[in-house]
Design a protein around this ligand. Sequence first.
Ligand code: MG
Length: 373
Amino acid sequence: MTKLAVYAVSADNSRGRVMHEAPPTGRSDFQRDRDRIIHSSAFRRLEYKTQVFVNHVGDLFRTRLTHSLEVAQIGRSIARNLHLNEDLVETISLAHDLGHTPFGHAGQNALNHCMRDYGGFEHNLQSLRVVDVLEERYAAFNGLNLCYETREGILKHIAKKNVEKLGELGIRFVQNKSPSLEAQLANFSDEIAYNNHDVDDGLRSGLITLDQLQEVSIFSRHLLQVKRKYPAIAERRMVYETIRGMINTLVTDLIQQSIINVENAHVDSLVAVHESPPLIGFSEKIKKEQQQLKSFLYNNLYRHFRVVRMNNKASHIIERLFTAFSSEIRLLPTEYQKKFEHEGHQVIADYIAGMTDRYAIKEYQRLFTIAEN
Ligand code: MG
């Protein structure tokens, strides 16, 4: 790791862990957090959870696992350039989707609807719940006992009604303070990763076309550069080169603009970062282009009838599972039944949110198909 900026998160200014532990040897506290995340079962399940495309429809599409790895890669490169804590950015990136339900946003919306009388369901909050409570691996504590700064980064947004449950971690939302630059960066790396890989997966699936993408300025100008330089290359390579160019432009712009923002805000410590408005960000031009790409993907990919059709099935599965478990608790695995006595419907949400796409489909068949057991 290169020398850290004075406003980066470091071992010296970290608020540490809830349960005190001796510092690790041979690795930093944030590397230890990363290692705990990689060894968690929630992390392994990301391999079988949908990003946009349902997990089993094609071997080349992103899953939540490969998405998280791309976020970590982009985050690390930018962090190094900005002299931020690379280990922390990597850790937050790998953990940021741990609380996602099966079937992507359709699953999350359906579960949130099912939980409307019991406090709702938010995937950011659930990611935190996974690392704070649900992982049962260590003798001395529940969860992974991660550093404050890792947990702060995982909790990107939260509904106001849930702020009070969170104690120290919720205060910044009440006081309107910014999270660390590392947390801000992980969030942008997420956006850079999904906008670009959704273009790639969208084209590969045939749900969007190169022709349609002409209207998206960041795509068309990079495509033009590739065509000029390599007029005869095959389409697949042309797409990859275009996406490579887009990622490079976004990463470079984010680095340059963030340096300017940090300089203008005169931040000289981590405390000053919390007091300042968010400082990691794109230039105005790139922000507009990113917005245009996002709306394009929303209108043409995320709302494509084949995606909507799958999402509809996904909501149906989640809702029926939830209804079955709530009306007959004994359908839940024994350990969840015991927890239900103390924690109520949150336990059903935990069980469903923890499922992979294929596990949810299998459970649906076990519950509703006569021949299944
Ligand atoms: Mg993500």
